[in-house]
Structure formats: structure tokens, C-alpha cells
Ligand binder design. Structure first.
Ligand code: ATP
Ligand code: MG
Length: 449
């Protein structure tokens, strides 16, 4: 295979070329390396450009006008060109890892091959000198990329033992790059020593990899790799517990596999796909209200994985409301009450989630039709300007106080809520005088405790 890849250099930004040219002028070399080389060879431009060099960090600092020396002790200097940041990293060798997360010390080397040898997978262990257009590929990364195989560089078991994040990256790449995992690499991922190292990876890193996997066409590929190797049992035993629950006709038809199918069928943000993945974890509990059980369990799962409060609230709200039970028999008042409960803001994501779940079912046609019908009825209700909160009432708390001579108290808010109930049943009653009359009657007869 030719190592002349000059035809790819057109895709490299001029600034990156400038950095490599400058390094050459100074008698040093600059290579683009890692993920950006992989992405170039796959036929696309990369999202970030990592440059490595045989110049030492202090030399890099002296070669460029504007630099940010953060990370310099790890060999990384940020070079700023026209306001854009580029990381230029001095070639590093393989230090020992004693914590399963980062090498004990950084050791600079002059040989690009030594730097590539410490990288995780063959397709991530390639470099291109963009000045001469030469590909450096000591581990057969290009062939693996073309064959769509993920393979560890060197001894897979050792590499996974050194750094616990790598097993997770392997699972993620198998989905995003749509590749299989070489059998010995996969066997090493599931080895007890690899899993022990993996247990020390921070929850934030696990969450980040989950979210990156969600950008794949079929994120389920990553979660299946995690299941086969034992990673999923460590990070999300709740999902593993749904294996074999509610079995269908075939062996891989159960709550777990249906959740994965929903995940793939869900075209939405990574966070919405998290909701699709986890929407039925409650099935493993023998609970009457699965949606509620799932939401409770998901709150705990997402807290454990350090999702933000907003993200947790969003996902659990979607899951709590995903069992709609709509039928054509619903009155308009029932539709309005449902919108109030769900909140209009949640609707687009909720429809998308429910449609994904329906599409993952063996026969979800009726469910899809029901969602469609509900969506139409909701649009009608919203277009009619239905009152969905007390703010939409043609009467506010101040009106109540002045017209009925009331002092500020909880009673005002409670009365407004009761008026909203009234208007939900009968939108025509949303008129100031009608509401005042109703309020008077309500105050004369408070609700039963
Ligand atoms: P993406 O940016 O799409 O997540 P990437 O491969 O570029 O993928 P980065 O985290 O940006 O991932 O890392 C850049 C390069 O650094 C990788 O391509 C790989 O060569 C190396 N690398 C990253 N993480 C590790 C790791 N845990 N072990 C060994 N090498 C790694
Ligand atoms: Mg990258």
C-alpha cells in the first residue's frame, strides 16, 4: 500500500501546514497524528488537528509568536494562529502506568514510531508529515481501517491493563466507526485485569464516552460490545438486569434488546438517546408503574454517571411520561390535561422517544398511529390557545384580591389552580366575569381535604 498520501493534504488547514513548515524551518519535524489522520483516511476532514513534533516544548514555545504553555509538563504547547488554538505535542514514549489512568512520568523521545506505539488502536496510531505527504503507519492501521477492524496496538491485554479508558474507547469506536473488534482485542477487553483497571475510570469519563457513542448511526453496537465484555455490568447493571425480561418469540427479543433497538431508532440528541436506552430499566423491578420505576432508577443511574441536574431532570421527565395510553376516546379536556402534565416544552422530544420505542416493537404500527393522532389533537388544542397554566387565565391573583377583598395568602394560588381546572374542562369559561363568579363559589365551598 502506498504511503504517499499527498492527495489528502488539501484537506489539512493552512494553519496546520504553517505550523509544520515553521518546525521544518527550525530543523525539526511536525506531523499530524492520531484521530485526525484516521478521519482523513476515512475520507473526511477531522474536527481537531493534533500536531506532534520532535522539538522539545521549550523550543516550540520559542518558535511561535503566540503560545499558551499550559500542559507543557506533559509536552503540550498550544499554538494560537489567527485566534485558533492548535495543540503541538512533543513526541512521547511509553512511561509506566501505576494508576490505570496516566503514565507515571512523561518521557520525550525523538522517534515518531515510539510515540505511535503508545497509542491505543492501530487506526489511531498513524501520522502524516503534511510537508512531504508521507504516511507513517507502523502497525497496519490503514489496512485495519479499510477492513473496518479495531485492533489494539501491541499486546492488547497489557494495553488495557495500563489504561482503563481504552476498553471503553474501543466499544465507542466500534459504533462510531462501524467496525468489528479483532477477536483477541475483544477477548482482552473482557479479561479480569482489564476490567479491574476499567473500574478505576471516573464516572465523568464513562459518561463522556456514552455520549460520544450516541452520535453513531447505531449506538447499540457500543453497548453490545460493553455487554459482551462485561463493561456494561460494571457501569449499568440495571440495563443488564433487563436481559430476558418479557421475552418475545425469538431469543434476542426481550426488554434489553428492545431498548437497544429503540436507541438505534431514536433520531435525536445524544441525551434523548440516553432516554431511549434506559426507558425500560424499571421492567426488571416487579413494579406496577414501570415508567415511574424506570424514572426513579434512571435518576440514580444518571447521578452515578455525573450527568448534570438539568440532564437528569430532562431524561427522567421523558421516561416518566413515555407511557401515554392515548386512545381516540380522549376528550379535548383529557388532551389539555395531558399537555399540562407533560408540559408543551417536552412534547417534541417525547414524541420522538415514543416513536422510537414504537418502531422498535415487532408490531408498533398501532402505537405510531396513536402518537400521530395525539400529535394532531395537541396541535389543535395549542392552536386554539388553550390555557395551560394559571398565567393563561383571564384573571390573575391581584384581580382576585381586589375584586374579592382577599389578603395575599396561599388561598389565592390554590383558587387560581382550581380555576385552571375549570378552564381545562371548559375553555369558554376563561372570561374574567365567569372566573370571578366561579372563584366566589369556590371560596364559599373550599375543596374537600
Ligand atoms: P475523537 O477525537 O473522535 O474522540 P480521537 O482518536 O481523536 O477520537 P482523542 O481523545 O482526541 O481521540 O485522542 C487523540 C489521539 O490520542 C488518539 O487518536 C490516540 O492516538 C491517542 N489516545 C487518546 N486516548 C488514548 C488512550 N487512552 N490511550 C492511548 N492513546 C490514546
Ligand atoms: Mg480527537
Amino acid at each position: 500500500m502506498s504511503t504517499d498520501v499527498r492527495h489528502l493534504i488539501d484537506l489539512v488547514p493552512e494553519d496546520v501546514l504553517d505550523i509544520c513548515r515553521r518546525l521544518r524551518e527550525k530543523g525539526k519535524r511536525g506531523w499530524i497524528v492520531g484521530g485526525c489522520v484516521r478521519d482523513l483516511l476515512r475520507g473526511g476532514a477531522a474536527k481537531d488537528w493534533d500536531v506532534c513534533t520532535d522539538a522539545r516544548p521549550e523550543e516550540v514555545v520559542s518558535f511561535f509568536r503566540k503560545v499558551i504553555p499550559t500542559g507543557i509538563q506533559h509536552g503540550t504547547v498550544t499554538v494560537v494562529l489567527r485566534g485558533v488554538h492548535y495543540e503541538v505535542t512533543t513526541l512521547r514514549g511509553e512511561g509506566a502506568y501505576s494508576d490505570g489512568r496516566r503514565p507515571d512520568k512523561v518521557e520525550f523521545v525523538d522517534d515518531i514510531t515510539a510515540d505511535l506505539a503508545r497509542r491505543d488502536f492501530t487506526f489511531n496510531a498513524m501520522a502524516i508529515d503534511p510537508i512531504d505527504g508521507h504516511l507513517i503507519d507502523p502497525f497496519g492501521g490503514r489496512a485495519d481501517l479499510e477492513a473496518r477492524v479495531l485492533r489494539a496496538v501491541g499486546d492488547a491485554a497489557e494495553r488495557f491493563f495500563e489504561d482503563g479508558l481504552r476498553v471503553l474507547r474501543a466499544a465507542r469506536f466500534s459504533a462510531t466507526l462501524e467496525c468489528s473488534i479483532a477477536p483477541d482485542t475483544e477477548a482482552a477487553m473482557g479479561a479480569p485485569r482489564s476490567l479491574d483497571t476499567f473500574r478505576r475510570v471516573s464516572a465523568e469519563r464513562v459518561r463522556d464516552e456514552w455520549m460520544k457513542a450516541m452520535s453513531a448511526t447505531k449506538p447499540s453496537v457500543a453497548f453490545e460490545a460493553m455487554r459482551r465484555t462485561g463493561l456494561l455490568a460494571i457501569t449499568c447493571p440495571e440495563l443488564i438486569a433487563t436481559l430476558g425480561i418479557e421475552p418475545g418469540a425469538t431469543q434476542d427479543d426481550d426488554a434489553y434488546h428492545r431498548a437497544l433497538a429503540s436507541l438505534d431508532a431514536c433520531a435525536g440528541t445524544p441525551l434523548l438517546r440516553v432516554a431511549a436506552l434506559l426507558h425500560d430499566v424499571g421492567k426488571s423491578r416487579d413494579a406496577g408503574d414501570t415508567a415511574r420505576a424506570s424514572a426513579e432508577m434512571v435518576e440514580a443511574i444518571l447521578a452515578r454517571l455525573k450527568f448534570s441536574n438539568d440532564e437528569r431532570a430532562r431524561v427522567t421527565a421523558l421516561i416518566r411520561h413515555h407511557v401515554i395510553g392515548y386512545s381516540s376516546g380522549w376528550t379535548d379536556a383529557a388532551v389539555r390535561r395531558w399537555i399540562r402534565r407533560v408540559t408543551p416544552e417536552l412534547l417534541p422530544d417525547l414524541y420522538a422517544l415514543c416513536e422510537a420505542i414504537a418502531r422498535a416493537k415487532r408490531d408498533g404500527t398501532a402505537d405510531l398511529q396513536a402518537i400521530d393522532e395525539l400529535r394532531h389533537r395537541v396541535s389543535g388544542v395549542l392552536a386554539a390557545g388553550a390555557a395551560l397554566s394559571t398565567r393563561d387565565l383571564k384573571l390573575n391573583g391581584r384581580d382576585l384580591m381586589t375584586s374579592l377583598g382577599l389578603a395575599p395568602s396561599r388561598l389565592i394560588g390554590e383558587t387560581l389552580e382550581r380555576l385552571l381546572e375549570l378552564v381545562t374542562d371548559d375553555p369558554a369559561s376563561n372570561e374574567r366575569e365567569t372566573l370571578l363568579t366561579a372563584a366566589r363559589a369556590m371560596l364559599a365551598a373550599p375543596p374537600a381535604p
